[in-house]
Design a binder for this molecule. Structure first.
Ligand SMILES: [Zn+2]
Length: 286
């Protein structure tokens, strides 16, 4: 289900683009005075893309479930008379494509809605928190250091210029990492919560991006995570584009990369997480 993972990654990238644009519109020396506007832009961009991620995840979940069980599940975006054909159209539209086809026979319906409702207050709080840690706190530190850094140096002093550039880069990277995580959590949380509440689901596996970090590779290599009373949190991190792909029958097939990570883990043979990290880095960087 690479199309799904890529579409979620694209939503995070779209957000990062908007954040970079908002930052580029402000002079470095004006940033401290523009925090209110920047925060508004940051939070709005996150929430818009997180809503798209949420809708995409539900369309994806509903499609995978219908393909594996032959039944359609209710909840947000459900349309009476849904068929495999219409579910493909819904999913493709959510990924930005216009096409999609499949049988138009209406599927039997499970009216239960396993999807969590959007929680705007919580989303806004998390986005504001991310802004504070990744942007506002950094700006404050930067401004505190400024007098000592500037001293008697000229404004075009190479060291000073590099210092400013590094600062801007950290706002861009830090802000897009934390924001992109919230964007994708819009969808990731929907899938992860729906699994728990859907008697039809038996678990999930982790679909990583093309070059996951050692931690995500390890998680993906574990294969399917069967649902239990307390399925552990998904464990995403900033700049992580992993997605949970729900499983509805024992006949699922893991992506080739997941099997590759399983083999790698076996060849590694055991050790600490730090050992695995080194092993993974040297094995993947050839
Ligand atoms: Zn990841």
């Amino acid at each position: 289900m690479a199309a799904y993972q890529l579409a979620q990654e694209a939503l995070a990238a779209e957000f990062s683009g908007r954040w970079a644009e908002a930052l580029a519109a402000v002079e470095a020396r004006q940033i401290a005075g523009s925090l209110t506007e920047l925060e508004a832009a940051y939070v709005a961009a996150i929430r818009e893309s997180a809503a798209a991620s949420y809708a995409l995840s539900i369309a994806f979940y509903r499609l995978v479930r219908a393909l594996e069980t032959g039944r359609v599940v209710g909840g947000p975006g459900y349309r009476p008379g849904a068929s495999l054909g219409s579910l493909w159209v819904d999913f493709n539209r959510a990924t930005g494509k216009r096409t999609g086809s499949g049988p138009s026979t209406p599927l039997p319906v499970d009216t239960r809605n396993p999807f969590p409702a959007a929680d705007p207050a919580r989303e806004a709080r998390r986005a504001a928190e991310a802004f504070r840690h990744q942007v506002a706190d950094r700006v404050e530190r930067h401004e505190r250091e400024r007098p000592a850094r500037e001293g008697s140096a000229a404004l075009d002093d190479p060291e000073l210029v590099a210092w400013e550039r590094e600062f801007l880069e950290s706002l861009k990277t830090g802000g897009s990492g934390a924001g992109g995580m919230l964007v994708q959590d819009g969808g990731r949380d929907a899938v992860h919560i729906a699994l728990q509440d859907d008697p039809g689901a038996i678990g999930y596996y982790r679909k990583t991006d093309d070059s996951p970090c050692y931690f995500c590779a390890l998680m993906a290599g574990r294969g399917a995570v069967y649902k239990s009373k307390r399925t552990a949190a998904f464990g995403a991190h900033p700049h992580c584009h992993c997605q949970a792909v729900p499983i509805f029958s024992r006949r699922y097939q893991l992506p080739a990369e997941n099997d590759k990570f399983t083999r790698m883990w076996r060849d590694f043979g055991g050790g600490s997480l730090a050992d695995w990290r080194t092993y993974y880095r040297t094995t993947t960087k050839t």
